[in-house]
Every structure is written in structure tokens, then in C-alpha cells.
Design a protein around this ligand. Structure first.
Ligand SMILES: COc1cc(C(=O)NC2CCN(C)CC2)ccc1Nc1cc2c(cn1)c(C)nn2-c1cc(Cl)cc(CCC(N)=O)c1
Length: 307
């Protein structure tokens, strides 16, 4: 600390207006509040020493890290996320701490998450779903090829960049297998689109197939407008997942290719589900025309065809 700075200011505020990262003397200006997740709060951070670069700062108060489990979870999230590098995965840019907080600086995704998109649009056209699902498949393939299981794939973790590219984020429940064939047996935190084998805590454990299950739930939600097992209480939702109790609403027309893909994925027995590599060749992605790499920003508000 420079002598000019009185010592007591650091203890008075929780998140200072200009936060200093002592490690490399970087200064950030705290911008608007973007939202929260668990104990973390997310703010826009403008990097005062790097052409005003804007980043998403996930800020975790140290007061929430007193329990060892919460600390281990954060350490695991940082360790796994730091090691990843893929265009459809949120870039982990930097992390540092001060007396009050841990700061994780992440790639800014200016068009929020697919949660907000679905809230605005109700449901998407099949062309849009093909475009988004392909990008999500690329991100999951990259994770699985690197022996990482995300374990909490959901619309709220699928961010949209300013160019409308999908960026998978939030590795708080992710795990890295130590060897091929390893099966995980425990998970903490409530994944939203949870696979039945995790619910049953099968002695056979769980693995990559849980991400494929969540991918199927995401596909259903984007096409229909709400998740397949949704009820108004968690216990009933878990029962529907365990008994594979879901159906396609009559009043919503979706192609048989879309229905068949979802039916192939939402299978209780994980060994019967397709792998990510197999899903790239599913009929749902075999369209006469080509699938756009990116959609126009206008589709945040209305379908692409209505141009
Ligand atoms: C400009 O960029 C954003 C804007 C907004 C936004 O407009 N949020 C409004 C804020 C005001 N309230 C009333 C409505 C939502 C939301 C997210 C933005 N970008 C944005 C947010 C981001 C990231 C990248 N980019 C990453 C990575 N992690 N997080 C992150 C982290 C946490 Cl802990 C919580 C949230 C909010 C919940 C959520 N899942 O969106 C987000």
C-alpha cells in the first residue's frame, strides 16, 4: 500500500470503486451490477490499465469461504476453468484477492444468458436451436476430450457474446477425471437439469453421460419453451426424472427429427445415451441447407425468418 493511502479505508468498504490487484498493480473501475449466483456477485469491471477493456468480475466474499467445502469448490472451479481454452467456453482471464473478496475476471458476454433469451422469446425456431445446440456440442466435446464433466449444464450457464456466440460458463460443479473410465460418486450443489443416475446415487457412479442428459433437457427447453420435467416443487421434478415422466405438448409442433433426438438422449440408463461425438451426426443436424454459424442480434427479440 502506498504511504499516501490511509490504512483504515481498506476495511471500511466491501467493494471499493477502484479495486487494486496488488499482484500486478492492475486497477479496475467497478461498473454496473450484472447479477448474482450463489454467494457470488457479478459486476462489470473496466480495466483502467488496458484500454478500458470490459470484463465480467465474479466477486466472492471471503466471509462465504470459511467452510472448507465452499473453499474446495472455489479452488476446483478456478483450477478447472483456468485450464480451458475454447471459443465456446467463457475465457477465464485472471483472478486475485484482497482482504474482503476473491475476484474472478471472466470474458464479458454482453448478451446475457439463454435464460433471458428464452424468457423474451418463449421458444426458438428449429434453425436457431440447431445453431445453438451445435455450439453447445462443440463446448461439451472439448470438455469431454479433456476429461472434464461440467455437471451443471443449464440455460443460465450458457452465455451469449456480443456477436451472439455461445460461451459455456460456471465450472462450480465441474470435475476432472484422473483416468479414463473413472466414475464419480459424489456431487455437491443442486444441478438444475440433473441426470437420474446422480439422483439415484447409483453405486456405478456417474460420468460424461450426465452432460449428455442435460444437453437433452436444454434441447427440449429451447424447442418447447420449458424444461421437460418442470413442476412447481423440486421433489416432484426429481420423481418425474427418476420415472422418466415427460411428454411433448400436442399444441407445439416440432419435427420428428427433433423429437427422436430428444427421445434418444432422455434415457434413464446412461449407457444407452449417445455420446457427444455421435450427436453431431444426429438427423436433427442433417438439414438440406446449411446451419448458420451465428445468428443476428435481432433474434434476441424476434425469430430470424420474420426479417
Ligand atoms: C453486459 O453483460 C451482462 C449483462 C447482464 C444484465 O444486463 N443483467 C441485468 C442486470 C439488471 N437486472 C435487473 C436484470 C439483469 C447480465 C450478464 C451480463 N454478462 C455476463 C455475466 C456473466 C458472465 C459474462 N457476462 C460470466 C462469465 N458470468 N456472469 C455472471 C456471473 C454471476 Cl455470479 C451471475 C450472473 C448473473 C446471472 C446470470 N447467470 O446471468 C452472471
Amino acid at each position: 500500500r502506498s504511504s499516501a493511502e490511509p490504512a483504515h479505508t481498506e476495511s471500511m468498504t466491501i467493494i471499493e470503486e477502484v479495486v487494486k490487484d496488488k499482484g500486478v498493480i492492475r486497477r479496475y473501475s467497478k461498473g454496473k451490477f450484472l447479477g448474482k449466483g450463489g454467494f457470488a456477485k457479478c459486476y462489470e469491471f473496466i480495466n483502467l490499465d488496458d484500454e478500458k477493456k470490459v470484463q465480467a468480475a465474479k466477486i466472492i466474499p471471503k466471509s462465504s469461504l470459511t467452510k472448507n467445502r465452499a473453499r474446495q469448490k472455489l479452488i476446483s472451479e478456478i483450477k478447472i476453468h483456468k485450464s480451458l481454452n475454447h471459443t465456446n467456453i467463457v475465457k477465464f482471464q485472471h483472478f486475485f484477492e484482497d482482504q474482503e473478496n476473491v475476484y474472478i475476471l471472466l470474458e464479458m458476454c454482453a448478451n446475457q444468458t439463454m435464460n433471458e433469451l428464452i424468457k423474451r422469446r418463449k421458444r426458438l425456431t428449429e434453425l436457431e436451436v440447431q445453431c445453438y445446440l451445435l455450439q453447445i456440442l462443440y463446448s461439451i466435446k472439448y470438455l469431454h476430450d479433456n476429461r472434464v464433466i461440467h455437471r451443471d449444464l443449464k440455460l443460465g450457464n450458457l452465455f451469449l457474446s456480443d456477436k451472439m456466440q455461445i460461451k459455456l460458463g460456471d465450472f462450480g460443479l465441474a470435475t476432472k477425471l484422473d483416468y479414463e473410465g473413472e466414475r464419480k460418486r459424489t456431487i455437491c450443489g443442486t444441478p438444475n437439469y440433473i441426470a437420474p443416475e446422480i439422483l439415484e446415487a447409483k453405486e456405478t457412479g456417474h460420468s460424461f453421460e450426465v452432460d449428455v442428459w442435460s444437453f437433452g433437457v436444454i434441447a427440449f427447453t429451447l424447442l418447447i419453451g420449458k424444461p421437460p420435467f418442470e413442476t412447481n416443487d423440486v421433489k416432484s421434478t426429481y420423481k418425474k426424472i427418476r420415472t422418466n415422466d415427460y411428454s411433448f405438448p400436442e399444441q407445439i409442433q416440432i419435427s420428428s427429427a427433433a423429437k427422436n433426438m430428444i427421445k434418444k438422449i432422455l434415457i434413464t440408463d446412461p449407457s444407452k445415451r449417445p455420446t457427444v461425438d455421435e450427436l453431431f451426426y444426429d438427423d436433427f443436424f442433417k438439414t438440406g441447407g446449411s446451419i448458420p454459424k451465428l445468428l443476428p442480434v435481432s433474434t434476441l427479440a424476434c425469430p430470424p425468418s420474420a426479417s
